[in-house]
Ligand binder design. Sequence first.
Ligand SMILES: NC(=O)c1ccc[n+]([C@@H]2O[C@H](COP(=O)([O-])OP(=O)(O)OC[C@H]3O[C@@H](n4cnc5c(N)ncnc54)[C@H](OP(=O)(O)O)[C@@H]3O)[C@@H](O)[C@H]2O)c1
Length: 285
Amino acid sequence: MKVLLFGASGLLGTSLYEVMLKKGMTVLAPTRQSVDLRNPDFLREYLRQLNFDVLVNAAASSNTDMCEERKEECFKVNWIAPSIMARCANEKGAIFIHYSTDYVFDGKKREYFEEDEPNPLSIYGASKFYGEREVIRAGGHYYIVRTSLLYKENGNNFLSRIPEYILNEKEIICTPDLVSAPTYVPYLAEASIQLIDKNPPYGIYHISGGHPMSACEFISLFSKVIGKSPVLKRVMSNDLNRKASRPHHSFLNNFKYVALVGFKPERPEVYMRRIYERVYKKQAE
Ligand SMILES: NC(=O)c1ccc[n+]([C@@H]2O[C@H](COP(=O)([O-])OP(=O)(O)OC[C@H]3O[C@@H](n4cnc5c(N)ncnc54)[C@H](OP(=O)(O)O)[C@@H]3O)[C@@H](O)[C@H]2O)c1
């Protein structure tokens, strides 16, 4: 199976690339240097010349605050590029897997299902919502995977420095009022490939960690798993004066994916223990 993967250097893309190679897929993963997604004409021409069975788009302008200042770039990468990819994948009869976010919602509903109406609060959220709409309009064999608050053992993510802070009893600032569904990236990568293997009906899927939690609750649970007490400074999100607004309760219910594909995430404690054992245990001893 021939796969074209955009965003292979990112948090999710690196895990996807690993899983794809393990499964024996032939993967072409163009870097930003060879295909800059801000250039729609180049992207269209590039895609026309290639043959692939599956197109996976893990690329994004993913910095929520930066998108407020660099709206044009954010719209090109998160809205225009997926639109072109979806149309080209459709012309070739390929499966298209595209990622979106809980930030398409306004967070007033506490729990979100696939058919809930998006109402983004930020430029980033809007760009991802417009991208989703274009993928749906293009039709064909698409999976839009909405996910939230990604974490894993390596790479730049919200968990990256937390264990080090806990182990060294440094203060950690966290927001108790933003509740989402933290998602372990290797699980998301494997779950994405299972969409190809099991081929459930095309459409939108929420693939998340499945347990609603604020960052403060996540850190407290992680500390419990490693037997330490965190030094937490709880700050309400509005007091952080960040450029972009974020939804307060954007928990993505993953019932549809689990019911149709049957691959459930473990409890967060299982992933936390795995991360601790693999990366931090030696450091703590
Ligand atoms: N991270 C989260 O917590 C989170 C939460 C919800 C949803 N998501 C969604 O999940 C998906 C993956 O996110 P992620 O966290 O893995 O993103 P990431 O770590 O920021 O990686 C983004 C990838 O996109 C590439 N990229 C960005 N701009 C590009 C451009 N102009 N041309 C070509 N490539 C470009 C980057 O390449 P370079 O390495 O060259 O920059 C990188 O490979 C995205 O759709 C995101 O919206 C993420």
